[in-house]
Design a binder for this molecule. Structure first.
Ligand code: SAM
Length: 292
C-alpha cells in the first residue's frame, strides 16, 4: 500500500511539486488526517463489490481510501489544475476515474449508467466544497439517482439543520427537504485542525440513506415543498400567519387555509417547527385543492 496522501508533509510536498495554491472560491480545504478519512469510508460501508462517487477529489486524499475499499471510484473535479496532480497521486490505483466537471452541471445519471454497469450499490462519499453543499446534496437527491446514499463532510451548522428533529431549534425546510428522501444521521463532528488550510467554521460528517419510498406520500411534491418553505418563512409566526402571508392569494383564502388545517388536525396557532413530516404531508394535501 502506498504512503497516505492525507498527511501534512505529503500534502505540502505535492503542492510544492506542482506549484499549487488553494482557491478559497472553490472551497478547497484538503484533509490531512488519515484517521478521519478511514472513519468516513467506514461509515459508507464500502466493499469490493460496491461503487463510490466522489465530489471534489482535491489532490486525492479521500479518493485513495475509496479506491482501496470500493470496486470502482468516479470523481468529479471542477478545478482543471488538479487533474495532472490526481493523475500522479492516484497512479497506484487502476479503479479510479476522474472527470473534469462541475457536479452541479454534470449529467450524473448518465455517468452512473455508463460507469457502474455491473455495480448495484453506489454511495456518494465526499468532503464537500462548503460554498455549495446544499445545492449539491439537493441535486443528487431530487434527480432520484440510483444511489444508496451519501456520507459527506460539510459545515456543522448545515449538518445540524439537515439531521434535526421536529421541535428543535435547527429543524426547518432543509431538514424536511432532505429527510423526505433519506434517513439522516449526524455521524461525527470534526475539528478544524484536520484541514489544510483550516476553514473558518466547524465541520461534521452526515450519513443520508435513501428511503425506498419518500417519508410521506403526497399529492404533489412541488406543492408539499412550497408549503414547508412557507411555513418556516418567519420562524416566530404561527403556521396560519405564515401560510396566509406566503401563499399566493393567501390573505383572501384564510377560510380555506383554516379548513385545511382543521382537516389535517393541526392547530392554527402552532409553529412550523413543531410539525412532523407526516403532518406537513397531510396539510399540503388538504391545501392542494384550494391552490391549483
Ligand atoms: N476531497 C479532497 C479532500 O478531502 O482533501 C478535497 C475536498 S475540498 C473541501 C472540495 C473540492 O471540491 C476541491 O477539490 C474543489 O476544487 C472541488 N469543487 C469545488 N466546487 C466543485 C464543483 N462544483 N464540482 C466539482 N468539484 C468541485
Amino acid at each position: 500500500m502506498s504512503k497516505d496522501i492525507a498527511t501534512p508533509i505529503r500534502t505540502k510536498e505535492i503542492m510544492k511539486k506542482y506549484g499549487f495554491s488553494f482557491k478559497k472560491s472553490l472551497g478547497q480545504n484538503f484533509l490531512i488526517d488519515p484517521n478521519i478519512l478511514r472513519n468516513i469510508v467506514d461509515q459508507a460501508g464500502l466493499t469490493k463489490e460496491k461503487g463510490a462517487i466522489e465530489i471534489g477529489p482535491g489532490i486525492g486524499a479521500l479518493t485513495e481510501h475509496l479506491a482501496r475499499s470500493a470496486k470502482k471510484v468516479v470523481a468529479f473535479e471542477i478545478d482543471q489544475r488538479l487533474l495532472p496532480i490526481l493523475k500522479d497521486t492516484l497512479s497506484p490505483y487502476d479503479n479510479v476515474k476522474v472527470l473534469h466537471a462541475d457536479v452541479l452541471k454534470a449529467d450524473v445519471s448518465t455517468v452512473i449508467a455508463e460507469e457502474f454497469k455491473e455495480i448495484e450499490d453506489v454511495m456518494v462519499v465526499a468532503n464537500l466544497p462548503y460554498y455549495v453543499t446544499t445545492p449539491i446534496i439537493l441535486k443528487l437527491l431530487t434527480e432520484k439517482l440510483p444511489i444508496k446514499g451519501l456520507v459527506v463532510m460539510l459545515q456543522k451548522e448545515v449538518a445540524d439543520r439537515i439531521a434535526a428533529d421536529p421541535g428543535s431549534k435547527t429543524y426547518g425546510s432543509l431538514s424536511i427537504a432532505i429527510q423526505y428522501y433519506t434517513e439522516a444521521s449526524l455521524v461525527m463532528t470534526v475539528p478544524k485542525t484536520v484541514f489544510m488550510p483550516q476553514p473558518n467554521v466547524d465541520s461534521a460528517v452526515i450519513r443520508l440513506i435513501r428511503r425506498e419510498e419518500p417519508a410521506v406520500k403526497v399529492k404533489n411534491e412541488d406543492f408539499f415543498f412550497t408549503i414547508t418553505r412557507s411555513s418556516f418563512a418567519q420562524r416566530r409566526k404561527t403556521i396560519l400567519n405564515n401560510l396566509t402571508s406566503q401563499l399566493p392569494g393567501g390573505k383572501e383564502k384564510k377560510e380555506q387555509i383554516l379548513t385545511a388545517l382543521a382537516e389535517a388536525e393541526i392547530e392554527p396557532t402552532r409553529r412550523g417547527e413543531s410539525l412532523s413530516i407526516a403532518e406537513f404531508g397531510a396539510l399540503a394535501d388538504a391545501l392542494y385543492p384550494h391552490f391549483q
